[in-house]
Design a protein around this ligand. Sequence first.
Ligand SMILES: [Zn+2]
Length: 533
Amino acid sequence: MDDLLIRGGHLIDGTGAPGRESDLSVHAGRIAAVERRSARPARRVIDARGLVVAPGLIDIHTHSDFTLPLNPRAESKIRQGVTLEVVGNCGFSAAPALPGRAPVLREYLASSAPWLPFAETSFADYVTGFPPTSVNVILQVGHHTLRIMTAGMEARPVTADELATMERLLAEALAAGAWGLSSGLFTAPGCYADAAEIHALARVLRRHGAAYASHIRDEANHVDAAVAEAIAVAEATGVHVQIAHLKLSGVDNWGGAARVLDTIASARRRGLPVDCDAYPYDTATNPLRNLLPRFVMDGGIPAMLERLQRRDVRDRIRGEIARQGLTNFGRIPSWDVVRVAVSPHLPQEAGRTLGAIARRRDVDPLDAVCDFIVADRGETRILITSMSDEDVHQIVAAPFVTIGSDGHALATSGVTGQRKPHPRYYGTHARLLGPYVREPGLLTLPAAIHKTTGAAAPALGLRHRGGLREGAAADVTVFDPARIAERGTYDEPHQYAVGVSTVVVNGEVAIDGGDHTGALAGRVLRRQAERAA
Ligand SMILES: [Zn+2]
């Protein structure tokens, strides 16, 4: 007898093919049958008439390693139909945290993971100790973290010894089950790495059959060079490269989506293993300090806080911003497009723009920014509206682009339900399958589902997920295509998406009638085991 029969739904299998009426049977964590009208007996039958039955969604780029230990039910994600999160992105990972270095890592990650307790840990212990969660998880090791464990926050190339240590830590993490390495070359200390350092680490990935994901060096005025740098890693080492949250930031760079997409498409046509993902929003989120020139963070957070109080440093920053706009984000019309999301030490300011804060204090905006960073000990996280809608639509709609929320799994109650984080943490996939499909001419529903299932799985090298076919892992989502939508807004982000009625993870029902069952059937997927299975 099967565990589950999902009957009468409109089945969209993730390949991009049109949907068809079909039943779906689940047995022992696997999809046992996909057939027009099933006569197989099952312990539980779910009526899916009028609903879409799709593979569980793959959120290919997230930072939920910072919240899953606090919110193992992965509420904001699973309620959109997400069944797999790829974490440890943009160079940030909570492990390895070597003796003596854990406090620096905690301080460094405070603006991204304000509530996460930090402890000394090897990557192997981190994998073993990762809590049971409602979603499956793919862990990556972060390049920033490896650098903090060796050269610290110093603005310089690593020595041969330090590089050897980074290679060893990477190899240990990969052997322990890390899927690959992520980098965040846009900010310190990852930005101090040259191509040779990244290629050396990529050769370690190559030996382990592992992959590389990169928040590239620049997403604004130098985005073309940064995309080329990522593609060069695939070309030089043969390692799969995932370009994270592709975007064109800064008004001077708007309109460049077609050009950048064409560069990536032509690399793919040359046979290079390159993929990219995006989120469907014109607004980014980042630590406030990352908008300033890179020299600001040389030596770490305490050095930065001391430096930002000096008038000559502020004048230098002002000059650089006047010349080329914000680091990573390019030119913005004003500080009114930058709003405080999370501020551990000035929580009352969440939701206000830096422009408004400067006017209230009657100071120059750049002084308001520096004062804010100092008062908040460098931990401020902001939202910045720096992209054009046209570029975002064009990138998300491009056939080979997959979808990542770049966000944490949050819950509306509890410690993760505070402040004003980006609404994409609650809404990315619901926005993709709802408004993006319902808007004429953008995406068909099978194409949208394909991006976050059938296209995402091969980009990760996953063979048994991302599709509804016999033998595949039973990760399934059932939703109402007319109703699926995000509810969160920039002012009220902590609201669950609507329209998803059933979510199955590894054969267990995690969302039932729209409510969370409490099931924690997700697993850490280890590269070796998934490839061998
Ligand atoms: Zn990133």
